[in-house]
Design a protein around this ligand. Structure first.
Ligand code: DON
Length: 304
């Protein structure tokens, strides 16, 4: 038996003693207010073990981690046709880069770069009756916890400064890959990204991707093959132009957000979430990535 508790504690102690914690995202002004010293980890195993260390119970902005949940809902609603409008290849570029989108005629490289996630948001708006309410309820259902909400101030802050996302949405519209109004799609997208969760809530929400599509309350959301697709996309595209590095160092499907969260999982074994708001140059949590590298190294648990 692995002693997860002491492994997590040693990773935590090493992480909080680091002097270089990266830099908190400032391009969404509301996120700049977060204390860089927060650090939490939460591990949930499929055999029913749960371990939290540090700030695992403080809600934070999940940002791009929400893109995985949006993709899951879109696949639940319209299945494979999602991939007529968004490709499944790593972009090798930052999450907000637009050059490829122009060259590739408005088909985003994957659902996790911003342009791809904006297309997914458009699909959700077209297929949900009350998009913002229905999406939030979906996320709450996934973990059986009603205490999950949008942070309206964060959504507004991004709306006021998200010029590049407006450019992406307009470019998509010009290529006829956006059915709804730019304003409406981005309003949904900014809210989706503003959802706040704790490390423990996130580990519970992602349970279905480690459990053949069955969420924590045993409800089936996705087929085996859909779960395989989403985990493959997390492995190849979840960290943008650092996806190779994450696979190389950590060896798990995972997804980061500029709020400093990372969720990673080993199907049939565990889900682990880290939160450290300081980001590296590629926009991924600096200490979160280091902690996960330590975790898979010390436990010898990864997909490879
Ligand atoms: O659209 C944006 O720029 C943000 N709402 C989300 C970006 C993000 O989290 C990138 N991930 N590391």
């Amino acid at each position: 038996m692995r002693d997860f508790k002491s492994i997590l504690h040693s990773i935590y102690n090493e992480a909080i003693s680091q002097t270089d914690k990266g830099k908190v995202a400032t391009y969404i002004p509301e996120l700049a207010k977060i204390d860089i010293d927060n650090f939490g980890i939460y591990l949930k195993t499929m055999t029913g073990e749960n371990y939290g260390v540090g700030d695992f119970n403080i809600p934070f902005s999940i940002q791009s981690i929400s893109k995985v949940l949006a993709l899951g809902k879109a696949m639940e609603l319209i299945g494979e046709s999602v991939f007529k409008r968004v490709d499944v290849e790593p972009s090798g570029h930052p999450f907000n880069q637009l050059a490829l989108l122009e060259v590739e005629n408005g088909i985003p490289r994957n659902p996790f770069i911003n342009s791809g996630a904006i297309v997914i948001a458009d699909i959700l708006i077209s297929n949900l009756k009350n998009p913002k309410t229905d999406f939030l309820n979906y996320v709450r259902d996934l973990c059986g916890d009603k205490n999950i909400n949008y942070n309206i101030a964060v959504a507004k802050s991004e709306k006021d400064t998200g010029f590049k996302n407006f450019a992406a949405a307009n470019l998509l519209k010009s290529f006829k890959n956006l059915d709804n109004d730019v304003e409406e799609v981005l309003d949904f997208y900014f809210h989706q990204c503003s959802i706040e969760m704790t490390c423990s809530q996130l580990s519970n929400v992602f349970y279905f991707l480690a459990n053949d599509g069955y969420c924590i309350n045993k409800k089936l959301h996705l087929s085996n093959s859909q779960v395989k697709r989403i985990n493959a996309l997390m492995l190849t595209c979840g960290f943008y132009d650092e996806a190779g590095e994450f696979a190389f160092e950590v060896g798990l499907p995972g997804k980061s957000g500029v709020g400093g969260g990372i969720v990673a999982l080993l199907p049939d074994h565990f889900i682990i979430t880290t939160w450290s708001p300081g980001l590296n140059k590629k926009g991924n949590s600096l200490l979160g990535m280091k902690a996960l590298e330590q975790f898979t190294t010390k436990t010898n648990l990864s997909i490879f």
